[in-house]
Design a protein around this ligand. Structure first.
Ligand code: GAR
Length: 216
């Protein structure tokens, strides 16, 4: 029997791309339901571009500074994604805010990973925000992208304990470990049809493996 067509995924980065590498590694499994077909960065100097190219993935910069406004930058990104026949976009440390029109064009087909347990601590400096708030659990979230920043239906989260003596760097070091586990697991769930959007909620078809949705 022919195996089902894999979901074609583009990963958008702005920096080192360690979540992107985790997705590329996971997608090497022949049974994985998605393939990474394109990596784009808004920054030509993003270290992740080289790491993607080393893995044999087409990797290009679309430098936001070359465009007069957000709409024209987003249109250039959109053209790249459509030219590559992309089904699903994964934001992985992509640090640009999109126009509502771009988000609408990829509604239900764009995921983001954010380094906090949303809806807590949106925006930047999430680890410092967590320490400031005095929470005992911190973590990361993968969610569908909506026009509002760091909002949108949550697919899955992973949590870590906040320990005495933690600082933003030590929290970042432990959260990123969970991010690199969570994102490939979530992409498999979405691409494989086990997690799907119903209105503004994500419905999970079966129980996720222990430790995927919640790992302390
Ligand atoms: C990750 O911690 C990701 O959650 C965060 O940037 C880092 C990228 O690391 N994303 C955001 O803050 C988006 N608002 P990576 O380049 O090694 O994957």
């Amino acid at each position: 029997m022919a195996s089902p067509r894999k979901i074609r995924v583009a990963v958008l980065i702005s920096g080192r791309g360690s979540n992107m590498v985790a997705l590329i590694e996971a997608a090497k499994d022949p049974a994985y339901p998605a393939e990474i077909v394109l990596v784009l960065s808004n920054r030509p100097d993003a270290a992740g571009l080289g790491r993607a190219a080393e893995a044999g993935i087409p990797a290009r910069a679309v430098d936001h500074r070359a465009f007069p406004d957000r709409a024209s930058f987003d249109a250039a990104l959109d053209a790249e994604l459509r030219a590559a026949d992309v089904d699903l976009v994964c934001l992985a440390g992509f640090m640009r805010i999109f126009t509502p029109a771009f988000v609408a064009g990829w509604a239900g087909r764009m995921l983001n990973i954010h380094p906090s347990l949303l809806p807590l601590f949106k925006g930047t400096h999430t680890h410092a925000q967590a320490l400031e708030a005095g929470v005992r659990l911190h973590g990361c979230t993968v969610h569908f992208v909506v026009p509002e920043l760091d909002a949108g239906p949550i697919v899955a989260q992973a949590a870590i304990p906040v320990r005495e003596g933690d600082d933003p760097d030590s929290l970042a070091d432990r959260v990123i470990v969970q991010e690199r586990r969570l994102y490939p697991a979530v992409l498999a769930m979405v691409a494989g049809g086990r997690a799907r959007l119903e209105g503004d909620r994500v419905v999970i078809a079966d129980t996720a493996p222990e430790g995927v949705l919640f790992s302390v």
